[in-house]
Design a protein around this ligand. Sequence first.
Ligand SMILES: [Zn+2]
Length: 127
Amino acid sequence: MAKTNYLGMTLNERLFTAGILDEFDAAIDDNNRARVVELLGSVEVDNPHGIADSLLGSGYVCWFCGEGIEQHGRQALAIGLSDLWSDQCDEPPTQIIYAHFDCAQKRMGGSSMALEQVVLFPPAPET
Ligand SMILES: [Zn+2]
């Protein structure tokens, strides 16, 4: 079978031509990011991850509750984890996890300390 030339086609035209438009719509409905990216890649779009982000949202998922994190929704955190004693002092390997602030506050209650909302989300200075 000849390779399809997708140049100059819109995304919908590409998906239709490839016969995967319904499958693509189903993947969007299911919020199946991996499948969306895969289908976009199969019709040779330049930036499948970027397009998936714009169709499905940022892709940030709360570590604790598993729900998506909206940029202008609830307060949210990026939490960096690394080996405290790493000998790579400047930039130790770090894992970043994302969480709604209220989920993190509930689940990361310390024995004697708490997450400090006022430090993490200082009130906007008055103008
Ligand atoms: Zn959450």
